[in-house]
Design a protein around this ligand. Structure first.
Ligand code: NAP
Length: 300
C-alpha cells in the first residue's frame, strides 16, 4: 500500500516535526497540514512546513492516503469529527497521542467505517508549537504502533514503513500494554517533576531565588521536564488514569522504603539502590537513547 499523500492535523511540536521529516526524507510524498489555530496555520505557511496548509479539516484530509492526528489527547475525537466528511475510503487514520487505548477508542468511535491504526513516537522535547519542531526528532527513537487485531497487514506495514522512513525504529504492541509501559517511562517521571518543581517553589525555609541560583544540584534537570506543555500533560494524565495510578502506588511504596532506609541509617540499602539505578542510566546510553555528554546530551 503506497502512501503518496499524508495529512497532518495539528502542527505543533510533533505535527510540524512530521511535516519537516516528510519533506526531508520522503520527497515523493505530498504533505498537507491543518491546525485549528489560524495563527499556527499562518506560521506553518511562513515556515513552508507542508506543500499545502488547508483552511479547514475536511478539505485538508481530502484524498489523503494517511491522516495523522497530532493534537492533544483530549482533542482527538473533536479533530477526527471535524475531518470525517473529507476522508476517502481506504485511508489509514493514525495519531501520535501519548496514551493509546483511550485515543484508539475515541478515534474509532468518531470515525465509524474507517481504519484506525494508533501510533506513538516516543520522542519529544519540552517545547511546543510549530516553530519548535525539527526533521531529525524521530531519528533512532522508537515509534510504538498499536494496531487492533483486525487491522489489515498491508496497512500496518505501510504505517511502519512510513515511520521508518522518518528515521524511527518501530515496535508493535497492544494498546493497554503501551499505556502501562509509558506510565512508567514517561508519565510518572513527568508527574514527579511537576511535583518537585511545585514543592520547591513553595518551601518557606528556602527562597525561590535560592532554588533557582543553586538549581545545578539536580533541580534544574527536573525543571526541563516540568516545563512541558500543560494542556498536553493534563490530557495524558486524564486519559491514562488507571495505569498512572497503578504505577504511582508502586512508586509511593518504594519511596517509603527509601524514607525508612534514610531514617534507620541503612547505608547498604541506599548504596545498593543507587548502584542499580546507575546501571539503568548506563544501559540507556549503551542503547543510544541518550548520550553521556554533559547536560544529558541535550542539543535542542
Ligand atoms: P503542541 O505543540 O501543543 O501542538 C498541538 C497543536 O494541535 C496546537 O497547534 C493546537 O492548537 C492544535 N490543535 C488542538 N486541537 C486541535 C483540533 N481539534 N484540530 C486541529 N488542531 C488542533 O502539542 P505536541 O507536543 O505536538 O503534541 C501533540 C500530540 O503528540 C499530543 O497528543 C501528545 O500527547 C503527543 N506527543 C507529544 C510529545 C511531546 O514530547 N510533546 C511526544 C510524543 C507524542 P492550539 O494551540 O490552538 O490549541
Amino acid at each position: 500500500m503506497g502512501i503518496e499523500r499524508v495529512t497532518i492535523v495539528g502542527l505543533g511540536l510533533i505535527g510540524s516535526s512530521i511535516a519537516r521529516a516528510v519533506k526531508a526524507r520522503l520527497p515523493g510524498v505530498t504533505a498537507v497540514g491543518y491546525d485549528a489555530s489560524e495563527a499556527v496555520r499562518d506560521t506553518a505557511r511562513e515556515l513552508g512546513l507542508c506543500d499545502t496548509i488547508a483552511g479547514d479539516a475536511a478539505a485538508a484530509v481530502a484524498d489523503a492516503d494517511l491522516v495523522i492526528f497530532a493534537v492533544p489527547v483530549g482533542g482527538m475525537a473533536d479533530a477526527a469529527r471535524a475531518a470525517a466528511p473529507g476522508l476517502k475510503a481506504g485511508v489509514i487514520v493514525s495519531d501520535v497521542g501519548s496514551s493509546k487505548a483511550g485515543v484508539g477508542a475515541a478515534l474509532r468511535a468518531a470515525l465509524p467505517g474507517h481504519l484506525v491504526i494508533p501510533a506513538h513516537p516516543v520522542a519529544g522535547t519540552e517545547n511546543s508549537g510549530p516553530a519548535a519542531g525539527f526533521a531529525s526528532l524521530f531519528d533512532g527513537r522508537w515509534c510504538i504502533v498499536t494496531p487492533g487485531a483486525d487491522a489489515p497487514g498491508d496497512a500496518v506495514a505501510a504505517l511502519i514503513a512510513f515511520w521508518q522512513a522518518l528515521g524511527a525504529k518501530v515496535e508493535t504492541m497492544d494498546a493497554a500494554h503501551h499505556d502501562m509501559v509509558l506510565a512508567v517511562t514517561s508519565h510518572l517521571p513527568h508527574l514527579i517533576a511537576y511535583t518537585i518543581v511545585g514543592t520547591a517553589s513553595e518551601l518557606e525555609e528556602v527562597t525561590e531565588s535560592e532554588v533557582i541560583k543553586y538549581s545545578a544540584g539536580g533541580f534544574r534537570d527536573f525543571t526541563r521536564i516540568a516545563a512541558s506543555d500543560p494542556v498536553m500533560w493534563r490530557d495524558v494524565f486524564l486519559a491514562n488514569k488507571d495505569a498512572v495510578l497503578a504505577t504511582l502506588q508502586r512508586f509511593n511504596e518504594d519511596l517509603t522504603v527509601l524514607q525508612q532506609a534514610i531514617r534507620r541509617g541503612d547505608a547498604d540499602k541506599l548504596e545498593d539502590w543507587f548502584t542499580r539505578t546507575r546501571a539503568i542510566r548506563r544501559s540507556i546510553i549503551e542503547q543510544g537513547q541518550d548520550d553521556a555528554a554533559p547536560d544529558f546530551g541535550r542539543k535542542h
